[in-house]
Design a protein around this ligand. Structure first.
Ligand SMILES: Cc1cc2nc3c(=O)[nH]c(=O)nc-3n(C[C@H](O)[C@H](O)[C@H](O)COP(=O)(O)OP(=O)(O)OC[C@H]3O[C@@H](n4cnc5c(N)ncnc54)[C@H](O)[C@@H]3O)c2cc1C
Length: 387
């Protein structure tokens, strides 16, 4: 049973608009774990948006502690989701009959200059204040953890809360499990949403979850023969913006790192015989294909951090779009339009935040009151919209 816009119960299916890791994880939670009927709508190949482009770092400490101006609860949300990942990955792998590349080896953060050292000190202070485990390491100790690191490294940190998963394998595993479920239907196209009396409805569905990443606000709704964007039903969705990102992967040669390593804005993620090197952050840009200059610059930075990567053969390069919000935190739960839910705007942490998002949205559509943490991420929250 799910709650409908009129506060009573209904047996209609839940419509999920968007088949990225967010929409698929919600479908998994609702259909596979809780036994509800779900329809996933996506006009493109599910799983091949930002969720395919990502590097797969599950990095609550580094990402959330490092960002100025983030939502005050984002760190706790990230930590809550990181705690769910080991079981989520194991259960998903068992149900799908395939590995998802979850690796709990602690990530490393390194500094190549004084500015980077100062930033790491700031992160270490934040982590210490929050009581989050981390170990500050000198250059020698850091290189003992990861011998591929350059002699130029000045020092850094080991972050036992930050690990990784193979995000492409995760979405593939979710698709395998969901396609095998009798409770799940996939529709290859956009949903025919209608506005009736100001409410958004979809035939045969008791609740609608908008989970179309950076395109969530522009999902179309028909009203008396005219088409409008979903943002008209909750204007906060207008604050979901696009942040382009470019990356590459190189062959994992003998001098390649075995751990996730980052320095400045560059990170290296070993994955399936390759090393993913990321990423540019380009606010306001939807980038269709990676640009040679950006890829060359990332590769040069990677070689500065791990010299063994210099000259490694590039196996792939690509671009993606992060769905950002002004406070870098997602919109989760019911919108101001009853019966219309949202799970979008996960910015740099959508892979990390998938399990906790799935639980929060499944609770919301089944009428469970949100806890304090979940309630802090509605579209009704206050934040300053940058000029
Ligand atoms: C370069 C890069 C690196 C990243 N690295 C990391 C990382 O290491 N760790 C991490 O946690 N996060 C990372 N992220 C962020 C993460 O990838 C995103 O936050 C996450 O994938 C967002 O998932 P999503 O399901 O909301 O969006 P998407 O994966 O983009 O899925 C949205 C889906 O909605 C569909 N859609 C669009 N319009 C409609 C419509 N009208 N109706 C129905 N469906 C529609 C699209 O076709 C798409 O399939 C990275 C992102 C980028 C770009």
């Amino acid at each position: 049973m799910i709650r409908n816009p009129f506060g009573t119960s209904t047996s209609g299916a839940v419509a999920i608009l968007g088949g990225g890791i967010i929409g698929l994880s919600i479908a998994y939670e609702l259909a596979v774990r809780r036994g509800l009927d779900v329809t996933v709508f996506d006009p493109r190949a599910p799983g091949h948006g930002a969720s395919w482009a990502a590097a797969g770092m599950l990095a609550p400490a580094f990402e959330a502690a490092a960002e100025p101006g983030v939502h005050a609860g984002l760190f706790d949300l990230c930590m809550a989701s990181a705690a769910l990942w080991p079981d989520f990955a194991a259960e998903l792998a068992a149900r799908a009959g395939r590995e998802v590349g979850f690796d709990a080896a602690p990530s490393l953060a390194a500094a190549l200059d004084a500015g980077q050292m100062a930033r790491l000190s700031g992160i270490a202070e934040t982590l210490a204040a929050r009581g989050v485990a981390h170990e500050v390491l000198g250059a020698e100790a850091l290189r003992a953890c990861e011998p591929a690191l350059s002699e130029a490294v000045l020092g850094g940190m080991e972050l036992p809360t930050d690990f990784r998963v193979h995000n492409r394998r995760v979405v593939e595993a979710l698709l395998v499990v969901l396609r095998a479920s009798r409770n799940v239907k996939f529709v290859d196209g956009a949903a025919l949403l209608k506005s009736v009396g100001g409410r958004v409805q979809l035939d045969g569905h008791g609740a609608i979850i908008a989970a179309a990443g950076w395109e969530t606000a522009i999902i179309k709704v028909e009203e008396r023969g005219a088409c409008y964007s979903l943002v008209n039903w909750d204007t906060a969705l207008d604050d979901i913006d696009c942040h382009g990102g470019q990356m590459l992967a190189v062959e994992a040669c003998p001098g390649a790192p075995l751990r996730v390593v980052r320095a400045g804005h560059v990170y290296l993620v070993p994955r399936g015989g390759q090393v993913v090197i990321g990423a540019t952050v380009e606010p306001g840009r939807v980038i269709e294909a990676a640009e040679p200059e950006a890829i060359a610059a990332l590769q040069a930075e990677a070689a500065r951090l791990c010299p063994g990567l210099a000259g490694s053969a590039v196996t792939e390069h690509w671009a993606g779009v992060r769905p950002g919000t002004p406070d870098h935190a997602p919109f989760l739960g019911e919108t101001v339009t009853p019966g219309l839910f949202v799970a979008a705007g996960h910015y740099r942490n959508g892979i990390l935040l998938a399990p906790v998002t799935a639980q929060i949205l499944a609770d919301a559509v089944t009428g469970k009151a949100p806890g304090a943490l979940a309630a802090a991420f509605t579209t009704r929250r206050a934040y300053t919209v940058p000029a």
